[in-house]
Design a protein around this ligand. Structure first.
Ligand code: PGA
Length: 247
């Protein structure tokens, strides 16, 4: 599973150019989940171009609000479904940091989406936590937002160390593998029906380092920011994933 998180980037012209290079360079093969979370205002455009070109790409949202109605600027789950989104990223560290989302907000968003669309819950420690060897404690705390929930549909967790996002730094692939196993174990132990999530790695993934992550047993894919803004480099990451995980 490879998911692009475009964050607050892009324009109509960028999207058209993105698809031209993506279509030229991608070797899409059946079965791999390829997703794009564009800025909400462009979701429909991305979905239409993907459909017109018979691409496997599924669209998703970068966030979802806990409710609807008098909440200026918010996007509700009903609107996301109305736009045929397949997934919603929830609890990204930029939402936590810049928009003050806490674990309680994130739990409400998960509850809102879990039976309707595929939630991709983001977790990750800061550099200070990492240096103090608190990574697992922080992750366990962040995963508590799904404590006692029952996931009838799929659940995806994205492990995104805050210090790796957009920095060019990444943990050692072996450490990522160990953390992914830990995340799977925690999720199984705290959810009501022992949910078995896919776990994506995110944080400075690019076409030069993707193979090192995809070669690890418990890495089920990637959530890609900066390198996903270019159709050609995103296609290359998808191709690498296909080559390693779909053998
Ligand atoms: P990055 O972002 O690939 O630019 O580090 C990843 C993310 O924030 O999801």
């Amino acid at each position: 599973m490879i998911v692009a998180n475009w964050k607050c980037n892009g324009s109509k012209a960028m999207i058209d150019a993105w698809f031209n290079t993506y279509i030229k360079d991608s070797e899409e093969s059946n079965g791999v989940f390829i997703g794009i979370a564009p800025p909400t205002i462009y979701i429909e455009r991305v979905a239409n171009i993907a459909k017109k070109n018979s691409l496997q790409i599924k669209t998703g949202s970068q966030d979802v609000d806990i409710s609807s109605g008098a909440r200026t600027g918010a996007i509700s789950i009903e609107m996301i479904l109305d736009n045929n989104c397949y997934f919603s990223i929830i609890g990204h560290s930029e939402r936590r940091e810049l928009f003050n989302e806490n674990n309680n907000d994130i739990r409400q968003k998960i509850i809102k989406t879990m039976d309707k669309t595929l939630p991709i819950l983001c977790v990750g420690e800061t550099l200070a936590d990492n240096k103090k060897n608190l990574t697992k404690d922080i992750l366990r705390e962040q995963l508590e937002v799904i404590d006692n929930l029952e996931f009838k549909n799929e659940l995806v967790i994205a492990y995104e160390p805050v210090w790796a996002i957009g920095s060019g730094l990444t943990p050692d692939p072996k450490d990522i593998n160990e953390i992914h196993k830990f995340i799977k174990d925690v999720v199984q132990s705290i959810t009501n029906n022992s949910a078995n999530p896919s776990v994506l790695y995110g944080g400075s993934v690019n076409s030069a380092n993707a193979t090192s992550f995809f070669s690890e047993e418990y890495v089920d894919g990637a959530l890609v920011g900066g390198a996903a803004l270019d159709g050609s480099s995103f296609a290359e990451i998808v191709n690498l994933y296909n080559g390693i995980k779909q053998q």
